[in-house]
Design a protein around this ligand. Structure first.
Ligand code: GLU
Length: 497
């Protein structure tokens, strides 16, 4: 049997280091066994999925040095590799489950489901579909369908007993069936949910080992049941640990940069970042250097060396490793080529030059004007931030609101950024000009500079987030209570607009 693994990202945001981590493990495992690794795009969430996000994910995995044998960009014998292009396939399999009595049509309205949930919560029960539509006779179902009532398709789930999930690394995990919901497999628009599409695709794409984040453990019983209903052999399951912040909480961008594009923008070498992820994926054997190429990671990879505790994404360690890559891993020519590619990417440089042109008298003015494009956190001070009309509280609120609202932007472009900052000024009841000043300082290091929104777009969301966090650190990061209060400021604004 040929080993086949996959990474199956959902294109709903900026490329995340966790995706690269999961991809790397799947890649190493498959290649260690002479097998194949493929990439599938799971874009069943039509509202949140975007093609920009998909391209950014593919580009950043390529940048890291990973490649796949089949995928949406290169095709392959089991395509299409984008779930939005496979609707017909899923419809067939849902019909099969309906015909075999393993699934049922559910006509419950969102209002009824909400009522049910409220009642369940009030009586301390777990939230789970109560099976009302399972009690309908065939003619009742036919009548509702003929009347054009919208319905979803749900899977049947046993009420009693436990599901034993076999995990190749963790052993048997027992989960009670009564805690498993009668999952919606197909939405009222005829499109599948993640669970159905994932199982059907893993089967049709002949995946032998499913290695995914441990947040999916609780979904495993649904998948076990679907394989059983279809009569298919289940791939082996391995749940991977979630990456952690140094304080052991789940890695989150609120505490650590998590975007691959951030590390790219900060001038980390792709090989160093991949190597760093590899160290979190497999412990280094006795006597081995921690500096490893992808080929070495593949050769030494072992399932039993995947850590089960949360591996810590320790940026200080990454810095150390990246430093070694820069000093020891590159000869003079390669180093120069890397510096040129990072600092003088033609398109980016052209946009920076255009922004600077109206603001200089000599080209030698450029250095200080645009240095912030080539920097990490800026050495800003409270004094510099305080030079304008806003007091500390208003500035802290503005930065915190910006962190939330900028994160929620679908597209990272000048137009959206501008709207967010203007809305923040409104929400705080301040003049936009007064709010813009501290943002200039936080983002560019100076109260006057090249245009703010263009600079933010060019720097990228992750770098902007880091700078805003840096400015908040200077003035005092908000407490939990402040955050709760300030969230309401944003909500009031949303209601008013
Ligand atoms: N689309 C899922 C995710 O992005 C994939 C989970 C899986 O690998 O099955 O997390």
């Amino acid at each position: 049997m040929k080993v086949r693994t996959r990474v199956a990202p959902s294109p709903t945001g900026d490329p995340h280091v966790g995706t690269a981590y999961v991809a790397l493990i799947n890649y190493c495992f498959a290649k260690h066994h002479g097998g194949e690794f493929l990439l599938r795009i799971e874009d069943t969430d039509q509202v949140r999925s975007t093609r920009e996000s998909e391209s950014a994910i593919l580009d950043s995995l390529h940048w890291l040095g990973l490649s796949w044998d089949e995928g949406p960009d290169i095709g392959g014998p089991h395509g299409p590799y984008r779930q939005s292009e496979r609707s017909e396939i899923y419809r067939r399999y849902v019909q099969q489950l309906l015909d075999d009595g393993h699934a049922f049509k559910c006509f419950c309205t969102p209002a009824r489901l909400e009522e049910m949930r409220v009642a369940q919560r009030a009586s301390g029960q777990a939230s789970r579909y109560d099976g009302l539509c399972l009690t309908y006779a065939p003619d009742e179902i036919a009548r509702r369908e003929a009347a054009g009532e919208p319905f979803v398709v749900r899977m049947k789930v046993p009420d009693d007993g436990v599901c034993a999930v076999q995990d190749e690394r963790r052993g048997t995990i027992e989960i009670e069936w009564k805690s498993v919901d009668m999952q919606v497999l197909m939405k009222s628009d005829g499109l599948p949910t993640y669970h159905l599409a994932n199982v059907v695709d893993d089967h049709l794409m002949e995946i032998t080992h499913v290695m995914r984040g441990e947040e999916w453990v609780s979904s495993a019983p649904k998948h076990v049941l679907l394989y059983r209903y279809f009569g298919w052999e289940m791939p082996k399951l391995i749940h991977l640990p979630l990456l952690r912040n140094p304080d052991k909480s789940k890695l989150s961008k609120r505490k650590n940069p998590t975007g691959i594009l951030f590390y790219q923008a900060m001038g980390y070498l792709p090989g160093a970042l991949l190597n760093f992820l590899g160290l979190l994926a497999n412990s280094v054997g006795e006597g081995h250097d921690e500096m490893m190429s992808l080929a070495q990671m593949v050769e030494r990879f072992a399932l039993e060396h995947i850590p089960l505790g949360g591996p810590v994404f320790d940026v200080a360690k990454l810095d150390w490793l990246n430093g070694r890559y820069l000093r020891e891993g590159l000869d003079r020519e390669a180093f120069i080529a890397n510096v040129q590619a990072w600092a003088f990417a033609p398109e980016r440089l052209a946009r920076i030059a255009e922004l600077a042109q109206p603001r200089i008298e000599r080209m030698s003015d450029l250095g200080s004007l645009v240095a912030f494009f080539f920097a990490g956190r800026l050495p800003i001070t409270a004094e510099l931030l305080r030079g304008g009309k806003l007091d500390d509280l208003a500035m802290r609120q503005a930065f915190q609101l910006a962190l939330w609202e900028l994160d929620a932007l679908r597209e990272w472009k000048v137009a959206g950024i501008e709207i967010v900052l203007k809305q923040i000024a409104d929400a705080l009841g301040k003049k936009f000009r007064d709010v813009a000043r501290p943002f200039y300082v936080a983002i560019t290091g100076s109260p006057t500079s090249v245009p703010l929104y263009d600079s933010m777009e060019l720097l990228g969301r992750d770098v902007v987030r880091e700078r805003l966090r840096g400015a908040l650190d200077v003035l005092g990061a908000p407490s939990k209570r402040e955050q709760d209060e300030w969230k309401a400021l944003g909500a009031q604004r949303a209601e008013a607009s």
